[in-house]
Design a protein around this ligand. Sequence first.
Ligand code: F6R
Length: 246
Amino acid sequence: MMIQKFNSYEELSKAAADFVFQRIVNGLSEKNKFNLCLPTGSTPEGMYKELLKLFEEKPNLDLTNFHTVNLDEYYPMKRSNPHSYYNFMMNNFWGPLSQTHKTFLIENNAHIPNGETNNPEKEGETYEQVIVNLGGIDLAVLGVGINGHIGFNEPGSDPDSRTRMIELTDETRQANSRFYNSFPEVPTLALTMGIATIMDSREILLLIAGEGKRNVLEELIKNEVKPAIPATLLLYHKQLNIFSSI
Ligand code: F6R
């Protein structure tokens, strides 16, 4: 495990973007493909801005074999809903990237659990198959919840879990209510990549920003795995990088 501390959110965002971009460029040149797992939320917003700048500097980079695979989506959730994570990704990353790089086709290269499905169990299996067919995830970028969730794997999630529907804790709904007019409007369910799916990634970059995450950071520094704090399960991963601005 490697923890790097940054003096500000801006520095963390730049460093994360540099790290991710370098991995993408190397992956594409060395094995002609790269599969990147991505989070939504406040933490990665700065990284997406910086990452788009780096892509702009390389307009001829062929992204035909670059795929992004998102961690989660609310359920049920229409793609067109402004609160959907699909919409977040369109605004923050996929949309602008597809403008500068015509080889990045959103319908083909961008993947996210389908919040519109009427069969969430099947959607979990389908999403797992998508990842297998792509050849697995090369790098998973993660944020973390104040209760230590990764993706939407809430405390107590099974380390062997795969993509599935999960009930969100009130703590998570409360934290995410900042994007809604009122708490009851926050969805109670989500589709999330499982812990085992995340752990199968070849490398992990965990981003920690915001004072509310201090307890999670302290638990990680103790280097002890506790299922009540899902992020500590990442300590079992051989290629875990943690970037923190707190
Ligand atoms: C979202 C996700 C979540 C968030 C976490 C932190 O796709 O996977 O685990 O990373 O809830 O959210 P922010 O960054 O808004 O504090």
